[in-house]
Every structure is written in C-alpha cells, then in structure tokens.
Design a protein around this ligand. Sequence first.
Ligand SMILES: Nc1ncnc2c1ncn2[C@@H]1O[C@H](COP(=O)(O)OP(=O)(O)O)[C@@H](O)[C@H]1O
Ligand SMILES: [Mg+2]
Length: 331
Amino acid sequence: MALLEVNHLGVRFARRDGPPVTVVHDVSFALEAGGTLGIVGESGSGKSQTVMAMLGLLASNGRTFGQARLRGEDLLAMKPAALNRIRGDRIAMIFQDPMTSLNPFLTIERQMTEALQQHRRLTRREARTRAIEALERVRIPDAARRIGMYPHEFSGGMRQRVLIATALMMEPDVLIADEPTTALDVTVQAQIMALLREMNRERGTAILLITHDMGVVAELCDDVMVMYAGRAVEKARADALFARPQHPYTVGLLGALPRLDAPIGAPLRTIPGNPPLPGGAGMGCAFAPRCVHAFERCQREVPPLHADGARARACHLDAEILLQSTPGVGL
Ligand SMILES: Nc1ncnc2c1ncn2[C@@H]1O[C@H](COP(=O)(O)OP(=O)(O)O)[C@@H](O)[C@H]1O
Ligand SMILES: [Mg+2]
C-alpha cells in the first residue's frame, strides 16, 4: 500500500457570477513511503488546490470529489478534528510564503514548541531543547539566541528554514512543499533544496513537491506528475521524463528550462500563449490551442490519461512521432 494515495480527485468551486468551475479533474497519484513526487505545471494549473483538497483546506466555496488515503485511511471522510491532528503531525506543510504559516506576534520558540507540546507531550524545556537542535540542523547560526526572536527579524530564507526545522522536529511521514523556493533568491533556493533532500535521504520523509519549475523537480524528485488546466497530462519516473518527454506540454516545459550546455545569455524557449481560464477550455484537449502538433481530433476530444507500463500520458499524438520531432530536449 502506498503511503499516500489519491484517486480520482476533483475540485469544483462555486462562483457568484456564473456556473461552478472545475479546477482539478480526476487526478490520481501515489507517493510511496520515503518517495519523492513532484507536481509540476504553470501557475493556475490546479497544483495547490489538489493538495488543499486532500488536506481539507479548500476555501468555503470549494467541493472535493474522489479519495485521498494516508496509510489506507480516507482523509476526505475524516472529521475536521481528526484531520487537524494529522496535519502538522504525520503530514507537515511548507508554502511559498513562510509568513502565512508563522504568527508574527509569537516568538519562533513559542511557535515551534507549541507544535511539539500539542502533538508530542513534551515539557516546555524538552520542547525548547528539541527546537534548538532542529534549528541547528537547518544551519541557523546562534540558534539558542535566535529562537527568542520574532518572524520579522528573520529573512525569507531563514523563515523557510524555521518551517523546515519545525517539520523535521515532528518527523512527519510526508512533507508537502508548495513552491517552497519560489520567493527566494537562487543561492538560498539551492540551500533549501539541499535541506529537503537531506530530510528525505536521512530521515526517509516522503516529499510531495509542488513547483512550476522543472529544474527544481530535477533536483529532488524520483517521480513526476505534470498538470495542465487541472488535469494530469503526463506521469513518469523523473529520469525517464527528462530523457524522453511524451507530452507536447512537457516538451515545452523542458524547453523553458535553462540548459547546462546553452551559451550564456541565450534566450529561454518558452511556450507561446496562455493556459485557458478556469472553465474556459473547449471540448477538446486543453493544450491544443498552444500545441504545435495539434490535429483535428485534439480539438474535439479530451485525450484520456493512458498508462503504458510505468508511464502515463494524455495525448492523441503517437509518442514515437512526438519523440522524432523533438530533438535535444531535456537536461
Ligand atoms: N476559492 C476559489 N474560488 C474560485 N476559484 C479558485 C479558488 N481558489 C482557487 N481557484 C482557482 O483554481 C485554479 C487552480 O488554482 P491553484 O491550484 O492555486 O493553481 P496552481 O497550480 O498555481 O497552484 C486557479 O484558476 C484559481 O484561480
Ligand atoms: Mg499554487
């Protein structure tokens, strides 16, 4: 049994000014214990709402369909109190903006020890010692003094480290990281990715990493799911996906990745056009308007996600034809 298994997950939002919109369609994936899965796609493709739905954190106008199981237990059928206990204990989360998870009015010590005392029955003293150790592990210098500071006294990168330290301390089964490095500069980004990798390799924490950046996926993930307009369009082992992407959108995302062998200053190739607005996709493949390979069938029929061995893709075009026409993608 997978540690985390999501089956046919859907998310629909009611709107005041129109019919409801479905922003996540029939998404399924599995994360094994100790595994690393990247969910990648452009902004608005439904990545965050997929995990919010799974954790019972959708906005009040949202409705969730399908199943999400943690060690076989259905998270979507749980009472809010039970789900609350799982979040922050067996599942830890870090977000793009660490300030959203930190209380500006409490010291770092209070925030870290409260989580521990709530979930782990430690005394304040024991909790403080553990929190300092965790801050040291994420290389916050002078942790015993800094633990008494407030979030605004830390830089963005340091705040993200505090959240990783908090997660480390709780020893969760799964860490969900939603664009954890998007707001950080490149050097700090690399440090945060190294900490996540360490947490996975040394502690066996499974990581679900959400990002719009294929480069970030390449640094950490064993498995990848590519999302476009609320649907999974390709799923594969990361090395296989980078070597031979089988969906035109994945090819586009990889083309938008800086290549190591590209001359310095060479422009990135980006995918022309924009994704459809929510509810704005026509009857065919949502990527068809931006796809250089699109043919007549793509305009009228949504391609189903078709599995072939360890891979899956949702595209009407033959994978071999796509491969022959895309030289030199990848890292
Ligand atoms: N409360 C809401 N009501 C209506 N639409 C929403 C709501 N929250 C998010 N959405 C829409 O859901 C879509 C998917 O969003 P999201 O999962 O956040 O994308 P991303 O892939 O960038 O994380 C977006 O089009 C967003 O505007
Ligand atoms: Mg998001």
